[in-house]
Design a protein around this ligand. Sequence first.
Ligand SMILES: Nc1ncnc2c1ncn2[C@@H]1O[C@H](COP(=O)(O)OP(=O)(O)OP(=O)(O)O)[C@@H](O)[C@H]1O
Ligand SMILES: [Mg+2]
Length: 348
Amino acid sequence: MNKLPLNKDIETKKVLKKSISANRALSLLNGVANIIPNQYVLINSLILKEAKSSSEIENIVTTNDELYKAEIEFEVSRDTKEVQRYKEALLKGYELLQKDRLLLIKHLVEVQSIIVDNNAGIRKQSGTRLKNSKGEVVYTPPQSFNEIMDLLDNLEQYINDDSLEDFDYLIKMAIIHFQFEAIHPFYDGNGRTGRILNVLYLVYKDLLNLPILYISEYIIQNKDKYYELLAKLHQQQSWEEYILFMLEAVEETSKDTIRTIEDIKALMDKQAEIIQEKLPKIYSKELVELLFMNPYTKIEFLEKHLSITRQTASKYLKQLSFIGLLEEQKVGKAKYYINKEFVEVLSR
Ligand SMILES: Nc1ncnc2c1ncn2[C@@H]1O[C@H](COP(=O)(O)OP(=O)(O)OP(=O)(O)O)[C@@H](O)[C@H]1O
Ligand SMILES: [Mg+2]
């Protein structure tokens, strides 16, 4: 398997043109994220969306309802737990990146161990083959532990040392993603770890301040093409087509995410106004933000984040339900409250 740098002239006119529009969309997204003051609102809601799409590529399927219930610590299915772990893994990767200010292979090993919930780590046994839906082998990744480690070392250098190759960062993100998938260092979870790597790289290179660009939804919608492009790259070095695909993914997703953020902001403003008007005694900026941290909420969240008693928290939620802002639900004895309009925005 080839090492990096590519040392190929892949920045064709078409690629450069597309990279300009993709970069422009991404930078707009980065700016728009600032309209939501509490960063946790955006990170949490967009990560939930991403965790769902990215896991769906691996046929791990949940519903928004299940996922939001998991967030308020209800008993949920195994698949939903796996989707939730994807979210935790992504946040862990982001935390490690901020701590070390480098994007390291050991971070990815930690990310993957959270996704798959085991410590098997880098492949030590040979036998891993990539097969298509008919069960035919489409690609055989490196088999020996030493070769895998050597290639990962090389990838880590490429990610962290910009002097090795001076392509545009979005183009590099695409190259790094392919290289990571081609090394396929783990027994499982390579696709999901590689998709988390994409967003971490954009944050690392300061193209984004927060991890909020997730191309998994685009990838599921174009899954066959994505697999075909990866497979073709091994044989034909068809970089242009693959890079254009990834740039288009960045551009489209940036535009979609901008719309989502604007919708969230508009809804936050609207709900803030309603509370100020109808329940002025309980209004606070923090209360509104809390209603947007999780699509479903419960008494304990209010108690904790607003530092109020259980009784007061319960009263607030009753009043918010009474004016129709939240919808009260019961599972056995436990109650939870749905911010329906927020759920709608997130499901668009
Ligand atoms: N021909 C190929 N060459 C290199 N990588 C490939 C090829 N075909 C698929 N892949 C990558 O392998 C990933 C699947 O690997 P794996 O099952 O380990 O990951 P996963 O996270 O469990 O699954 P998924 O990516 O389906 O969610 C795909 O998402 C894709 O990124
Ligand atoms: Mg898998």
